[in-house]
Write a protein that binds this ligand. Structure first.
Ligand code: SAH
Ligand code: DHB
Ligand code: MG
Length: 220
């Protein structure tokens, strides 16, 4: 095994150490993991440490209203809602929606069924405003989601886009001149200030999936 492969394998051990040291037992999150597995929901929720990171960001800005695009079984939804915020989460798949509602019992969570690009304009029409938008659905629509997120987020609110590096590696493996790329487009959006943070995570079964990264942006 090369040194780099070894480091990627050790990322899993480091995550385990960090989880044991930093996270507290959480029955509702454990239940969401368990019911998702039992219902054959794909294992693509954020990791526990990433969930804690998102919750910290929400707490830092005192987020009261959070918009999530891509609910799955409600795992990240629970992380957000347990900070005390109200979470509005958008989901296309009725099976995922149903399970998420079950998993989020007792928390201030609304799941809206439908394609996000159909729901987002309605939220705008209704005058809804959010403190934090978490984008975690179809990778191919990240740019459109980002544009809506900028529209729907208050000044100094945050936007987080998951899986940006994996999307880049899939859509442009040679990393050629990135004019039409998501990153280039985000750079043209002057209503927000954005950065890319590359990540290595241990919770993916496939080693090559462990390299990823997210965009974090603040609305100006
Ligand atoms: N945020 C979740 C993971 C989301 S996985 C967590 O970390 O726990 C992505 C989800 O987006 C899946 O449930 C998928 O059904 C949903 N999705 C895919 N396309 C969508 C669309 N166009 N509109 C809304 N949801 C969509
Ligand atoms: C995968 C991971 C994600 O975070 C996601 O939103 C969708 C898919 C994956 O590992 O395939
Ligand atoms: Mg994701």
């Amino acid at each position: 095994m090369s040194k780099v492969e070894d480091l990627l394998h050790r990322a899993a051990q480091i995550d385990a150490l960090a989880e044991a040291a930093l996270l507290t037992p959480n029955a509702q999150l454990d239940n969401a993991v368990e019911t998702s597995r039992a219902n054959g929901i794909p294992p693509i929720a954020v990791s526990a440490l990433a969930g804690q990171y998102l919750a910290i960001q929400a707490q830092l800005i005192g987020a009261k209203n959070i918009l999530e695009i891509g609910t799955l079984g409600g795992y990240s939804t629970i992380w957000f809602a347990q900070t005390g915020a109200k979470v509005t989460s958008l989901e296309l798949n009725p099976k995922h929606r149903d399970l998420a509602i079950e998993n989020c019992k007792g928390l201030d969570v609304e799941v809206i069924l439908g394609a996000a690009l159909e729901t987002l304009p309605k939220l705008k029409e209704e005058g809804r405003v959010f403190d934090f938008v978490f984008i975690d659905a179809d990778w191919g629509e990240q740019w459109e989601y980002y544009q809506w997120a900028v529209e729907l987020t208050r000044k100094n609110g945050l936007i987080y886009i998951d899986n940006v590096v994996r999307e880049l590696l899939e859509s442009n493996p040679e990393l050629e001149e990135a004019k039409g790329s998501l990153l280039a487009k985000i750079g043209t959006e002057k209503r927000a200030r954005a950065t890319l943070i590359q990540t290595v995570s241990g919770h993916k079964a496939q080693v090559e999936d462990r390299v990823d990264g997210f965009v974090l942006a603040v609305v100006l």
